[in-house]
Structures are given as C-alpha cells and as structure tokens.
Design a protein around this ligand. Structure first.
Ligand code: ZN
Length: 161
C-alpha cells in the first residue's frame, strides 16, 4: 500500500470513528476555537491532574463540526495526549505544529507523532493546515488556561488550609 493511501486511511478511520468525542465532566477548562476559512468549529475540554508537582492530562474531550481533516486531527490529538504528562503532550504539539509548517519538507518523527504523521501530506496544502491544527491549538490554549487556574487555586488553598 502506498504511504499516501495509508495516511488517507488513518485520517478516514479517525473521521468515521472519532476518539474521545462527546463533552465529558469534570473538566478544568472549556475552550471554543473556530477556523473561519473552512467553517470548522471545536469545543474542547481539558482536565489536568496535579500530583507530585507534575501536571498530567487526566481527560480531554470535545464536540466538533467541520471538515474531515479537522475532525480526524482532533481525534488523533486526544489519543496522543490523554494520560500523558502535560510537558510531553506539549512537545508532541510542538512537533505537530513544526510538521504542519514544513510544507512536507521535514521528515516527521513517528516516535513522537504516532498516527499524527498521517497529516504530513496536508502540510503541502496551505488552505488545510489550519484545519489540521485546530484541535492542537485548542488543546494548547486549554492546557495553558488550566495551568494558570491551578496556580491560582493552589495558592488560595494554601491560604485557607
Ligand atoms: Zn477544515
């Protein structure tokens, strides 16, 4: 099977059978991101767990409307970050962003990106790059907000303890 065909299969598979779709509770932060050029919309929830001074992605769930690329990329993203250390999840996010900005010229790191390498070909189509990035940017935004909120509440909990 050709590599491009295999990549298309991965994307179609996640589009047809999305992972972690359907908003779940509890959650720390909910964000809503849109990609107006394509009409993709995403509501994403993140819950972080803070144990031993380390943040772990305890849950990530979403509702999405839009094209197959945006929905499949979000499904793959949730699979890659769920139950991972937030630091590792953000490294994966950075790798994905780099791959999407490479215009197909950088060899993607499959060890880090897993199924997300299927979107390497999408980086050749500038109009679709924002579709593939929507879920990842929403995750980064939500995680940053959750970290900020945790910092504030940790301090206030110490005050009252
Ligand atoms: Zn799209």
């Amino acid at each position: 099977m050709k590599l491009e065909t295999m990549y298309q299969e991965i994307i179609l598979d996640h589009y047809r059978k999305p992972l972690n779709r359907g908003l779940r509770a509890p959650f720390d932060v909910e964000v809503h991101h849109v990609n107006p050029t394509c009409g993709d919309e995403l509501t994403l929830r993140v819950e972080l767990d803070h144990t031993d001074g380390k943040a772990v992605v305890k849950d990530v769930s979403y509702e999405a409307i839009g094209c197959s690329i945006s929905q499949a990329a979000t499904s793959v993203m949730t699979e890659l970050v769920l139950n991972e250390d937030l630091d590792a999840a953000l490294i994966t996010q950075g790798e994905f962003l780099q791959m999407m900005q490479s215009r197909g010229e950088v060899e993607p790191n499959e060890d880090v990106l897993g199924d997300a390498i299927a979107f390497a070909g999408v980086s050749k189509y500038p109009a679709r790059i924002k579709c593939a990035l929507l879920g990842w940017m929403a995750f980064k935004d939500a995680a940053a907000q959750a970290m900020a909120a945790a910092g504030a509440s940790t301090d206030s909990q110490k005050e009252t303890a």
